[in-house]
Design a binder for this molecule. Structure first.
Ligand SMILES: [Zn+2]
Length: 116
């Protein structure tokens, strides 16, 4: 059975893993052997935790992890109160940042584990 490049439509030889016409990798959905089990799309635990601690008042860590509802809530608490209530969301974000760094929150919104 002939295969065709999803990028440019050129017919591809069986067994080839790169399109000779446009150079597109054809098996990018296959697990890449170079990184073992770690998901290359995994969000960084360290980055998410630090964002929560430093910028939690704007919900940045939740935007990062995809928890958009919580992120918007934290952002709105801060902005709508003209920063009057920003300590509330700052402490909320700080606690979440610590939970992320301690591993109590270890998944992003789509259920992918955070990388160390
Ligand atoms: Zn191609």
């Amino acid at each position: 059975m002939a295969k065709f490049c999803p990028n440019c439509g050129t017919e591809i030889k069986e067994g080839a893993d790169i399109c000779l016409n446009c150079g597109k990798m054809l098996n990018e959905n296959a697990d890449s052997p170079k990184k073992g089990n770690s998901n290359p799309n995994a969000k960084s635990k360290m980055a998410a935790g630090l964002l929560g601690i430093l910028l939690g008042t704007f919900g940045v860590h939740n935007f990062y992890l995809g928890y958009t509802g919580k992120a918007v809530a934290q952002l709105l608490i801060t902005v709508l109160s003209c920063f009057f209530l920003s300590p509330v969301s700052a402490i909320w974000g700080l606690i979440e940042g610590i939970l992320i760094l301690c591993g109590n929150i270890d998944k992003d919104a789509s259920g992918r584990k955070l990388s160390d």
